[in-house]
Write a protein that binds this ligand. Structure first.
Ligand code: SF4
Length: 227
């Protein structure tokens, strides 16, 4: 396997070649970002999230005060089953009100890590990895986090042996991040975002574009013609 320490060079190379769009980093905003639509791309997610922020507001009281006539048209723009999304938005706001005294960020910062993770798992569409991403991006805890594109890139680059089980691969990929010398939240956020973007644009699931990849010289999966 490739030494985890080489990840820093990979990330430096990606930084020079990859544009990453900003995303929300405040916990409630991140949860709403995940729940804003169904199977939508990043541009549409951003547009819907901005519309939600402008028309409703990113706060629990604002969401709880909004009526169906305001929420449903926004949810409809996010794809199938809009009524489920409206219910989830209200569930999210009610959880923030009832379990966090209206301040999710403050509640997470006051809790030990295990309890903060458990609190985040109570929110719709936020599992263990999603919760770790929120803790990381909001600067609450340097919990290594990846999504499926980044996981694929790390595997193809030879940092761990890809396994049939996603959960097993995810565990191995997080171990790479944990031993790569990335300590600060900012470094781990960069790794998450750069690897994700690379997986979406060049190291694509179906057909990696190795000929255009800045990492091809050191990638064991690159065809000889890409070297
Ligand atoms: S060379 Fe190909 S397989 Fe390797 S990281 Fe680049 S796009 Fe992915």
């Amino acid at each position: 396997m490739r030494p985890a320490g080489e990840l820093t060079q990979v990330l430096e190379m990606l930084k020079r070649h990859t544009a990453v769009a900003p995303v929300p980093t405040e916990p409630l905003a991140m949860i709403l970002w995940e729940n804003i639509g169904y199977l939508i791309d990043d541009d549409r997610r951003r547009s819907l999230f901005d519309a939600f922020a402008a028309e409703i507001g990113i706060s629990a009281p604002a969401i709880l005060a909004a009526d169906d006539a305001t929420l449903l048209p926004l949810a409809t723009r996010g794809g199938m089953r809009p009524e489920v999304r409206v219910r989830r938005w209200r569930d999210i706001a009610a959880l923030v009100r009832d379990r966090c005294g209206g301040d999710l960020d403050g509640a997470l910062r006051a809790l030990p890590l295990a309890k903060a993770r458990a609190l985040l798992r109570a929110f719709p569409m936020i599992g263990g990895p999603g919760g770790d991403k929120i803790l990381l991006f909001s600067g609450i805890a340097p919990t290594p986090s990846l999504e499926s594109n980044g996981l694929r890139v790390l595997g193809r680059l030879g940092f761990f042996a890809e396994q049939p089980s996603y959960a097993a691969s995810y565990k191995d990929a997080l171990a790479v991040l944990a031993t790569a010398g990335l300590r600060a939240c900012e470094e781990l956020v960069d790794a998450h975002q750069l690897l994700r973007e690379h997986g979406k644009t060049l190291c694509r699931r179906g057909e990696p574009l190795c000929m255009a990849c800045p990492l091809s010289e050191t990638c064991p999966r690159a065809p000889v013609s890409a070297l």
